[in-house]
Design a protein around this ligand. Structure first.
Ligand SMILES: CC(C)(COP(=O)(O)OP(=O)(O)OC[C@H]1O[C@@H](n2cnc3c(N)ncnc32)[C@H](O)[C@@H]1OP(=O)(O)O)[C@@H](O)C(=O)NCCC(=O)NCCS
Length: 234
């Protein structure tokens, strides 16, 4: 089946949420942040709305580049089977309206996952969420230092399990690597256990493991970086 990559729009958000929900159903961190013990039919809707609003905001942000992988139907609806959310580096030339410090400030906010407390839905373990995001943000600062915003940052990647193992995630990652290569900048991410092998195959280096779930030493995210001169078979 042919798959094409297209930019996300606000009309894609609902289907992206569905795709993400299926992709992350068995992910340890997602299950720690939205634990089955807290969930019920009433807050399920709230959680869905929270996810929708988050993705919707990002899709409309000039710093974010959400790329969709869709099927190419002969007729009818092109199904969204995967997506990648890349945050562009703060180079001062990504927006016609904002320059220099303003853009860098926006970028710090865009790349920060720690959400406002009042936005959190019932059914979400807020402490678990903040613990994970603070760990991730601290590691990013420590790893990249003053170049923290000078990376193509892959913040979100999901492929519908029904379409796994066909190179869809790889092509979504390569989309961002081509941008990083063009800019002569690294790409950076924190990988779930499921995706480390794929990123390594694409030329990413493993830098460190992050324990992002309190009292759980067996689940960790892997900080990974791709350098433009490392090269891949793009
Ligand atoms: C991890 C995830 C993104 C991988 O998506 P995917 O589309 O299946 O990934 P790919 O097909 O590009 O690569 C996966 C494997 O399929 C194999 N593969 C790639 N292209 C292939 C092809 N055309 N035919 C057969 N196999 C192929 C690769 O060997 C790869 O194996 P590896 O991981 O051992 O290197 C997806 O399973 C997912 O969404 N998981 C849950 C969410 C998640 O963990 N996201 C990552 C956040 S960092």
């Amino acid at each position: 089946m042919d798959i094409k990559l297209v930019p996300a729009t606000v009309t894609s958000v609902n289907e992206m949420c569905e795709c993400g929900r299926r992709a992350f159903a068995n992910d340890g961190l997602d299950n720690a942040v939205f634990p089955p013990r807290l969930r019920n039919p009433t807050n399920e809707e709230e959680i869905y709305k929270f996810r929708m609003e988050r993705i919707g905001k990002r899709v409309q942000s000039p710093n974010w580049h959400y790329v969709l992988a869709t099927t190419v139907p002969v007729d009818g609806h092109a199904q969204i089977v995967g997506y990648a959310g890349w945050v562009a580096p703060a180079l001062g030339n990504e927006s016609k309206h904002k320059q220099g410090n303003d853009l860098a400030k926006d970028q710090v906010e865009e790349q920060s996952q720690v959400a406002e407390a009042e936005n959190f839905p019932n059914g979400m373990d807020i402490d678990a969420f903040n613990f994970a995001m603070e760990t991730v943000e601290k590691a990013k600062k420590e790893t990249l230092g003053e170049d923290e915003q000078k990376v193509w940052y892959l913040m979100s990647l999901a492929v519908d399990p029904e379409f796994a193992g066909r190179g869809i995630a790889s092509s979504l990652v390569k989309w961002g690597l081509a941008k990083a290569d063009r800019d002569g900048l690294p790409a950076y991410l924190e990988s779930t256990p499921a995706a480390v092998g794929m990123y390594k195959r694409l030329g990413f280096e493993e830098l460190r493991g992050l324990h992002v779930i309190k009292d759980n030493e067996s689940y960790f995210l892997t900080v990974m970086k791709w350098m433009p001169d490392v090269g891949t078979d793009m």
